[in-house]
Design a binder for this molecule. Structure first.
Ligand SMILES: [Zn+2]
Length: 189
């Protein structure tokens, strides 16, 4: 996979493709460039996205069309579903826009050696916060136990058993919705 800078694209008329946005994207991972947005997410603790699994999803995953977001690949590994959103698939330089994980089968994920209990709780908590970013969701945070911080916004978040909030390990702020944490600057120390 190559890196594309600032949305710049080199495309000569002779190589321009005749594909439309509705044509299923190609299943060759080497054709896809990485957006800056996606490269940032690759490094994000608690997202569990790697280039290997993204390549596997493009090659073998289930293809879905979403009216607002376009094409996405979905691949389940030991109870966890990886979602990979791609764009510019009608052009000769398609890109990987973003990727994330969600729970496909809670029991399978909990029993898997690939995922720790902390991982499975992190994935479910992150998904719950993203589901409805504006809403405060103490009742959905409370059952989650996450001891190793995951990143969202500027913050590194954990939550203890019975807590209806996530807490940042750096700034010590407490949050109950994704919007709250995305609109609060992290002042470390
Ligand atoms: Zn913080």
């Amino acid at each position: 996979m190559a890196t594309r800078h600032g949305g710049q694209r080199v495309e000569s008329p002779s190589t321009r493709s005749k594909r439309t946005p509705h044509d299923p994207p190609l299943r060759d991972p080497t054709l896809y460039a990485l957006t800056d947005h996606f490269r940032e997410r690759l490094r994000q603790p608690g997202r569990y996205v790697s280039l290997t699994v993204v390549s596997d999803a493009i090659e073998y995953g289930q293809l879905r069309w979403n009216r607002t977001e376009g094409w996405r690949f979905a691949l389940v590994r030991e109870g966890i579903r990886f979602i990979v959103v791609v764009g510019d698939t009608e052009t000769t330089s398609p890109v990987i826009v973003t990727a994330w994980t969600e729970i496909a089968d809670w029991n399978a994920a909990m029993q898997s050696d690939r995922w720790t209990v902390d991982d499975v709780h992190t994935i479910r908590l992150r998904a719950a916060l993203s589901d409805d970013p504006e809403r405060r969701i103490p009742s959905r945070i409370r059952p989650r136990i996450v001891g190793r911080p995951f990143e969202m916004g500027d913050h590194r978040l954990t939550t203890a058993a019975g807590d209806g909030h996530v807490e940042c390990s750096d700034c010590r702020n407490r949050f109950r919705s994704k919007q709250q944490l995305l609109t609060t600057v992290c002042h470390r120390g």
